[in-house]
Ligand binder design. Sequence first.
Ligand code: NAI
Ligand code: MG
Length: 354
Amino acid sequence: RVLRIGLIPGDGIGREVIPAGRRVLEALPASLGLKFDFVDLHAGFETFEKTGAALPDKTVEVLKNECDGALFGAVSSPSTAVKGYSSPIVALRKRLDLYANVRPVKTVLSAQNPIDMVIVRENTEDLYVKEEKTYDGPDGKVAEAIKRISYRASSRIATMAGEIALRREKIRKAGVPSIHKGPLVTITHKSNVLSQTDGLFRATCREALAADQFAGRVEVEEQIVDSMVYKLFRQPEAYDVIVAPNLYGDILSDGAAALVGSLGLVPSANVGEGFAIGEPCHGSAPDIMGQGIANPIATLRSTALMLEFLNEEDAAAKIYAAVDANLEEGKLLSPDLGGKAKTDQVVEDILRRL
Ligand code: NAI
Ligand code: MG
């Protein structure tokens, strides 16, 4: 199988870590029967300054018409609004209907409180439909926002969470150790207060996860979002897959990322029907760019995550296992993890383990 992968380094350390993603794909063992074809694509602030568009139409067209998946580095966003500039990753999610944001958070298993979870966040609706208005009420200004939850979006995100839970099981069986015994999905909501919107989310997730493909194979739990935050910090090992509406998912996924020590470790994927973009969670890190010390692991894990959504679990498992082994040994770590290794040394150690 030949997979065509779009490479969008973007700005700053995006350009130092995306090449690592490419190298790891090229180094996968031939026995997997996978070949890769790469196409370099532009987006980001520098692209905006050069061309007037942060996300050139060509980038979107090539991704849509030619690519199986993509890797996106990071983009710099100016801290004050610049006329005509808006975030290319937000635009990409819309234009390619990447309706899910998936963020695994994992520590080494020998850590004191080992964590191995993935947060699956609905990415198209909820309060982020941005339908807000401000008006004068009898006692002064009032602002309101719409929280929209649909059956369709809730159902497809829950189905994706169930599929991810089953796939993680396969990856564990392919030799990536985990703290979990079996697939578990936790639905998060606040339907005790928002009985209609979060009530619909909860009921729809329950229904989707009761489908034949999951029944008896995926355990389903639910938890109110505020108590989930508490438990996330007290007992993070309790979670395998979490499915959440957009706003709660946004907050939980950053909170969970904080549990592992460095942004340089945390991957994500933006996923739609038959397409996935792997993207490290960190930004363009202007404070360390150009020094060759960016941690490539967030990107390598994002690369593996992209492969999962292209149904290449075995290839993904190889990358996860190599990354985990590098971290577990702890000899070649980048400075954000307290080590002295350069980006390239970390990458080479992981390639060797592949
Ligand atoms: P940041 O994630 O770029 O950096 C935060 C801190 O983490 C910095 O000290 C940085 O050196 C460190 N860090 C991040 N990634 C690292 C890695 N791979 N290895 C080692 N250390 C790493 O967030 P910040 O500083 O708030 O934003 C910088 C720029 O990035 C801004 O222009 C912001 O708009 C943009 N940004 C873009 C994102 C994206 O493209 N999805 C996400 C977050 C920020
Ligand atoms: Mg966020």
